[in-house]
Write a protein that binds this ligand. Structure first.
Ligand SMILES: C[S@@+](CC[C@H](N)C(=O)[O-])C[C@H]1O[C@@H](n2cnc3c(N)ncnc32)[C@H](O)[C@@H]1O
Length: 283
């Protein structure tokens, strides 16, 4: 396990994923009843974009920094407000170039009644994550294989919630594991929202993955993808994708509005591409 998210925190892929995470949790918060977030590959929780890892790649400069500096059209600015306000609040509290990973963002948006489970298998990252969570009574950090979380933690006691699966894609077979986990999650928690992140790099692998996911035939699966580079390479990310099972009914339109506004800012050609479509509907 060599992957360290600190090199990539706040990059265009993170921005897209975290914007979607914030929209899902904002939607959940419209009802008072508690929800639970299970984040299977949680990372360090909180990042310093002025640190050596982030500075080495400079990826956040093409992602969150461009979005924060932009004068966004009002509809996108409004939809992004929960996410960007959480980033700005963290920077006021903890330092100018801090960035919340999925755990810190989820905790910032969560309410007292909501619960959070974060799995992280890398020892150092888990220690950082525990520090980032800071003893928050709503959260548990587990030194557990995230791929086992579906069987171990679904369905949640609250019967409402989100499973986020965001693996590092450093080992072969991770596309296949995502498909298996999605199927298992639906079997255990049919009404739950599941969000899978995947890299757009190897286009044949992505095509096969989309087909395998569609073939599961689960109702209500949304695909959200962006391309931020026209250079196709098996080693470099050219785009980023999310499959969301049981998304809030508003999410497709919201993500279209958000990504149409921010993808050109983050794309190397100043345009980029956005694809939001249903893999399956109804149910
Ligand atoms: C892409 S990063 C997570 C980023 C995080 N979800 C965010 O949005 O801020 C993936 C993380 O998964 C961890 N990891 C790798 N294999 C794992 C496994 N089997 N179970 C749990 N964590 C794992 C890595 O150490 C890494 O920190």
């Amino acid at each position: 396990m060599n992957y360290r998210h600190a090199f990539h925190a706040g990059n265009p892929a993170d921005v897209m994923k975290h914007a979607a995470l914030a929209r899902v949790l904002t939607y959940f918060a419209k009802k008072d009843n508690a929800y639970r977030v299970v984040d299977t590959h949680a990372g360090a929780g909180l990042y310093d974009l002025a640190g050596t890892s982030a500075m080495k790649t400079g990826e956040a400069d093409e992602g969150i920094e461009r979005v924060l500096a932009a004068d966004l059209p009002a509809p996108a600015a409004e939809l992004l407000a929960p996410y960007l306000d959480a980033v700005r609040a963290l920077r006021r509290e903890a330092g100018a170039r801090r960035y919340p990973g999925s755990p810190a963002l989820a905790l910032a948006l969560g309410r007292p009644q909501d619960r959070f489970l974060f799995c992280e298998l890398h020892g150092e990252e888990r220690q950082k994550l525990e520090k980032a969570v800071g003893g928050d009574p709503r959260a548990k950090v587990l030194f557990q294989d995230g791929w086992h979380a579906v069987g171990a933690h679904l369905p949640p006691r609250e019967r409402r919630g989100l499973l986020l699966i965001d693996p590092p894609f450093e080992e072969p077979g991770e596309f296949g594991r995502l498909v298996t986990a999605l199927k298992a999650a639906h079997e255990r928690f049919a009404t739950g929202t599941v969000m899978l992140w995947y890299p757009i790099k190897d286009l044949m692998a992505v095509d096969a993955f989309r087909r395998d996911v569609a073939r599961l035939g689960l109702p209500k699966m949304l695909k959200v993808e962006i391309d931020f580079s026209e250079v196709r390479s098996l080693t470099q990310l050219s785009g980023s994708g999310l499959i969301i099972l049981n998304p809030p009914f508003t999410l497709a339109d919201e993500m279209r509005t958000i990504l149409t506004a921010i993808t050109p800012l983050m794309a190397r050609d100043g345009k980029g591409r956005v694809r939001v479509s249903w893999l399956t509907q109804g149910g």
